[in-house]
Design a protein around this ligand. Structure first.
Ligand SMILES: [Cu+2]
Length: 358
């Protein structure tokens, strides 16, 4: 029933518009074409000003309503992200000013210089000076923006500081895997043909390389330290993914076969962010920013930013992936074995003693 009314209303609105247009056509025939056009010009001129005002008020209201949901409402969570924010602000200020001026002039001129019997339009063909100005000024502005952007880009993607925490991050359909280099601070070799999920080798670590023996592999959540640079070495197991770090204002493609890298310094721990935002569920999120398949939406990773001492406690609890692939090499698995042997021998001794007594 409701649907019927909606369709009926739509048809009625069309009929009214059609009839109004027809009526205005008859009026123009009676009054004369020229007079009607002049009247319409005046009305349209006022509409231009009304549209300008309504548009500017609309832009202001939309901004006011949606701004809290944008990233700019919160401070960047990384030192490098501050530079990204400042670039965004500079771009917004320049383009915003140009938008405001050109839109005001566009609509005001339509109103101010509408057709009039008192003046004739000036026929303007070409002006080299004007062409030069409106080419050179935007070119200089864009060059400045691009130079600032490139300087920042080369800094984030260039060599990381010496003390940086190294983390290798690998995207796969549909999860993130993180590898820490262990005590030797060196990642072991890995090769895609060695990938074997069934035998705890999701990154294809080469077990002939002893540097792999202490490498720690975790999934879903990676740990980073506040105020300590993190160097991400990014790769992919299958298709192109993208490490999206919105709170840190950075992102980088994860490309199979071509490692990319990025480094940044977290400014706040996860706990501090929870308090600052008043959101107990806050998490630093790694979103996949590249459409990578039907599970793309679920490819969420988490970065837990903690203090150095909390990180040390967490790292001490992690086991190298080598022990997951070869449990018999794990010293923790050997101890119970030895304990069992001791119990057995004690039992045997008791047995012998018992026999002797008999
Ligand atoms: Cu993805």
């Amino acid at each position: 029933m409701a649907m019927f009314f909606i369709v009926a209303v739509i048809i009625l609105v069309f009929l009214i518009i059609f009839q109004a247009a027809k009526a205005s056509e008859y009026v123009s025939v009676i009054k004369g074409e020229e007079k009607t056009r002049k009247d319409h010009n005046k009305v349209n001129g006022f509409f231009m000003i009304a549209f300008l005002l309504a548009g500017l008020i609309g832009v202001y209201l939309c901004n006011k309503a949606l701004y809290p949901d944008t990233l700019l409402a919160h401070d960047s969570a990384s030192v490098q992200g501050e530079k990204v924010d400042s670039m965004l602000w500079i771009t917004l200020i320049i383009t915003g000013a140009v938008f405001f001026i050109t839109q005001c002039v566009l609509f005001y001129f339509n109103f101010r210089y509408q057709e009039s019997d008192k003046r004739r339009a000036y026929f303007f063909t070409h002006n080299n000076k004007l062409e030069l100005i409106w080419t050179v000024v935007p070119a200089i502005a864009l060059t400045v923006l691009i130079v600032i952007g490139l300087r920042n880009w080369f800094s984030f993607t260039g060599p990381a500081p010496q003390n940086a925490l190294q983390v290798e991050i690998t995207g796969k359909q549909f999860a993130w895997l993180f590898r820490y280099p262990g005590n030797d601070k060196t990642f072991g070799k890995h090769y895609y043909k060695l990938i074997d999920d069934a035998n705890s080798n999701s990154l294809g670590q080469d077990w002939n390389d002893s540097k792999n023996f202490d490498d720690v592999v975790v999934s879903q959540t990676m740990y980073a330290v506040k105020d300590k640079p993190v160097h991400l070495i990014i790769g992919s197991r299958d298709v192109i993914h993208d490490v999206g770090l919105s709170q840190f204002r950075l992102k980088m493609d994860a490309v199979p076969g071509t490692p990319t890298s990025l480094w940044f310094t977290p400014k706040y721990t996860t706990k501090e962010m929870k308090e600052m935002l008043g959101n107990p569920d806050f998490q630093y999120e790694i979103s996949c920013d590249q459409m990578c398949g039907n599970g793309h939406y679920s490819m969420k990773g988490v970065i837990e930013v903690v203090t150095q001492s909390e990180y040390d406690v967490w790292m001490a609890q992690q086991k190298p992936n080598y022990y997951a692939a070869f449990p018999d090499k794990d010293p923790a698995n050997k101890k119970p074995q030895m304990a069992a042997d001791t119990t057995k021998s004690t039992a045997a001794t008791v047995d012998t003693t018992a026999k002797t007594k008999m």
